[in-house]
Design a binder for this molecule. Structure first.
Ligand SMILES: Nc1ncnc2c1ncn2[C@@H]1O[C@H](COP(=O)(O)OP(=O)(O)OP(=O)(O)O)[C@@H](O)[C@H]1O
Length: 246
């Protein structure tokens, strides 16, 4: 089904050191899934594998025929260069890139859509501001406006609410809920388990491998959380490529 993501024996990593190990499973189309787990557990790595920014050491990610460009991806705030001289309007307008092409003109209808997206995230009046002058929360709002315009069937968010205040988090969670109602597949890396329990029906608990995956209340049982911590602590980051049997 359009929007499903399947992992077949997927191993991802860097410089021959695996960060995600032999992952099998499927994120259902239209589902709302949190990825949680200890630091270094491979959560960001998995998102990079889904968007194709990292090629698997082995196994594969199956997007069911979906083009990687149809996957919208919000990296961690730390990975976004805000020193680039660009207005908030232009940042948001980049969301049209997939439908308009790199040098496609922006028509009257597009201007309306851009204004609507900025209004949806509460950024009216910020159009001409340079992105470097935005607060962390305002920048995250602008990036969500860009995601709105991307209109993608699959949306991946890497720690979207880290260092974001309660009001902004609530506003952005409302957009996540809207995407879910629109039957898009939404996957978010999160650390706040209360947010996960309240807003995300499915959870993948990842500690290099899947510790648990399914209904959130089951996946986040105390036993599973303890097991996740143990798995990461026991891992030798200097081990040779994949000691585990394939
Ligand atoms: N560019 C890189 N080069 C080498 N190793 C990397 C790189 N990026 C991540 N790693 C390593 O891969 C492992 C998994 O990192 P990853 O960022 O996926 O974890 P995470 O679960 O997202 O962690 P956190 O919760 O701290 O953000 C870590 O051991 C990390 O040091």
């Amino acid at each position: 089904m359009r929007g499903a993501i399947r992992f077949d024996n997927l191993t991802l990593g860097y410089d021959r050191h695996p960060a995600v190990h032999h992952l099998d499973g499927r994120i259902e189309a239209g589902s709302l899934t949190a990825i949680v787990g200890p630091n270094g557990g491979g959560k960001s790595t998995l998102l990079k594998g889904i968007v194709g920014a990292l090629k698997p050491f082995s196994g594969r990610v199956d997007l069911g025929g979906l083009d990687a460009r149809e996957v919208a991806y919000l990296p961690q705030a730390a990975d976004i260069d805000r020193s680039f001289p660009m207005s908030v309007y232009d940042l948001v307008a980049m969301g049209l890139w997939r439908s308009r092409g790199m040098f496609g003109g922006i028509g009257k209808k597009d201007h309306t859509h851009i204004s609507e997206a900025m209004a949806a995230v509460g950024l009216e009046g910020f159009e001409r501001r340079a992105i470097g002058t935005l607060s962390g929360g305002q920048m995250q709002r602008a990036l969500f406006a860009r995601l709105l315009l991307q209109d993608a069937p699959v949306i991946l968010l890497d720690e979207p609410f880290t260092a974001i205040d309660a009001r902004t988090t609530a506003d952005l969670l409302a957009l996540v809920a809207r995407w879910h109602q629109e039957s898009r597949t939404v996957v978010a890396v999160l650390h706040d388990l209360e947010t996960v329990k309240k807003h995300f029906p499915e959870t993948l608990l990842l500690a290099r491998g899947a510790v648990a995956w399914g209904a959130t209340r089951d996946a986040l049982s105390p036993e599973h959380l303890l097991e996740a911590r143990r798995m990461v602590e026991a891992f030798d980051p200097h081990a040779h490529y994949c000691k585990a049997a394939s």
